[in-house]
Design a protein around this ligand. Structure first.
Ligand SMILES: Cc1ncc(COP(=O)(O)O)c(C=O)c1O
Length: 414
């Protein structure tokens, strides 16, 4: 075995002395050689918790053993299963339990929420998104504008300065929809301030929390935001394409005038099986549900939320800042030669776990492949020239950060 360099030794010491022990051993980390990869792609797809297999087997066994009776007789009965997720999901995003529900996928939820909260008029029909919004959000808002008969090129405004746009053109804005943490740059927006600015302009304000949920502490209720949605396959580790969450602010919950697309899961569960032809509304976020939930997809979300509840978002955020600050300091050395540049805000309060590195003039995709195949370092590429690395506090270590920075330095040197 080769002796460790002092900087690697420091990473090992930081891991041993950190006040929040890693839960890495509770996850299945992709193998590399005889050891494990340094997996810094949890902002794209989180790792699999080891406990998940047993959780899924429980549901499979109950289904095998009970058939349809599992709806009421399963160890976790399926009919009210989604209610188990309500409190922990609310805790995760800083909401009241009645304000959240876990259902569907993220973009589907954006659409269902825009059915209620994008109510354009000829004078006020613009939708403001960030300039580097995730494409799915852009496609979703453009299709909503078109659905209402507006020209998406005119109705959808992409801007880097939302506050300035609201100041100048606020009276034409119907909806502001932003990613709380931008998927590309990793910037964390000021949710309270932008929500207040949107409301002052007379607009509805919704948030895409895909890169924020499980990454930074959130206070969605107190922010006053009208609604939000998030997925749970990134920082929440609930598996590829796993179910998404929805937040609707309390002040909208009893508004019977809001249009919604309904199904049998929208109606009051106490009378659901009376098979009435019309919905009996409930005054919770549950009324945005449409279909009965997929239990096999919900089990991983429940496990994930339990794990986040055990560690707590505040402790995770504190560790996340320690890890990301450390990685940022290493990347500053790697970037010193001028071949790369970190484009994420340097202020730890204005970013989550993710750091985005621009490598101008290089195709980053083969670079990520080299990092993975030669060094066991998982990152991801975002076109055209950005590499994203996210030390995830649940399972990443200071040593993972050291490995990532050392590998990046090596491939940039070539
Ligand atoms: C910010 C953002 N919005 C939307 C999506 C799309 O999510 P889904 O495919 O679950 O609808 C993603 C996926 O990564 C995302 O990062």
């Amino acid at each position: 075995m080769t002796a460790m360099q002092p900087d690697e030794q420091l990473a090992v010491v930081l891991d041993a002395s950190d006040p929040l022990p890693t839960r890495r051993a509770e996850f299945r980390v992709p193998p590399f050689g005889t050891g494990e990869a340094a997996y810094l792609a949890g902002n794209s797809l989180g790792l699999q918790p080891r406990a998940l297999r047993e959780r899924l087997e429980t549901e499979l066994d109950d289904w095998a053993r009970l058939g349809v009776e599992g709806h009421t007789q399963a160890r976790r009965p399926w009919l009210p299963y989604h209610e188990l997720l309500r409190e922990p999901a609310a805790l995760l995003v800083g909401a009241r339990p009645e304000e959240v529900v876990v259902m569907n996928s993220l973009t589907i939820n954006l659409h269902l929420l825009m059915v209620s909260f994008y109510r354009p008029t000829p004078r006020r029909h613009a939708i403001v998104i960030e300039d580097s919004a995730f494409p799915s959000d852009s496609y979703a808002v453009r299709s909503q504008a078109a659905f209402h008969g507006f020209d998406p090129d005119e109705a959808v405004v992409r801007t880097d300065d939302v506050a300035a746009y609201l100041d100048e053109e606020g009276e034409r804005v119907a909806l502001v929809l932003l990613g709380a943490v931008n998927y590309f740059t990793g910037e964390l927006f000021d949710i309270d301030a932008i929500t207040a600015a949107g409301h002052a302009a007379g607009a509805v304000v919704g948030w895409d929390l895909a890169h924020a949920a499980g990454n930074v502490p959130l206070r969605m209720h107190d922010s006053g935001a009208d609604w939000a949605a998030w997925c749970s396959y990134k920082y929440l580790n609930a598996g590829p394409g796993s179910l998404a969450g929805v937040f609707v602010h309390e002040r909208h919950l009893a508004d019977r005038a809001l249009p919604k697309f309904a199904g049998w899961w929208s109606t009051d569960p106490r009378t659901r099986f009376e098979m009435a032809p019309a919905v009996t509304p409930v005054d919770t976020a549950d009324s945005w549900q449409v279909s009965n939930p997929p239990i096999l997809a919900m089990a991983p979300v429940l496990l994930s939320l339990e794990m986040f509840g055990q560690t707590g978002m505040e402790a995770l955020r504190a560790k996340s800042m320690r890890l990301t600050d450390y990685l940022a300091s290493l990347l500053a050395q790697v970037c010193a030669a001028g071949k790369a540049e970190v484009i994420t805000p340097p202020d730890p309060g204005r970013r989550g776990a993710q750091l985005s590195v621009r490598i101008s003039g290089r195709d980053v995709r083969p670079l990520t492949e080299r990092l993975r195949d030669e060094f066991g370092v998982y990152t991801d590429a975002r076109s055209p020239d950005v590499l994203r690395l996210a030390p995830v506090p649940m399972y990443n270590t200071f040593h993972d950060c050291w490995r990532a920075a050392a590998a990046l330095a090596a491939v940039l040197d070539d």
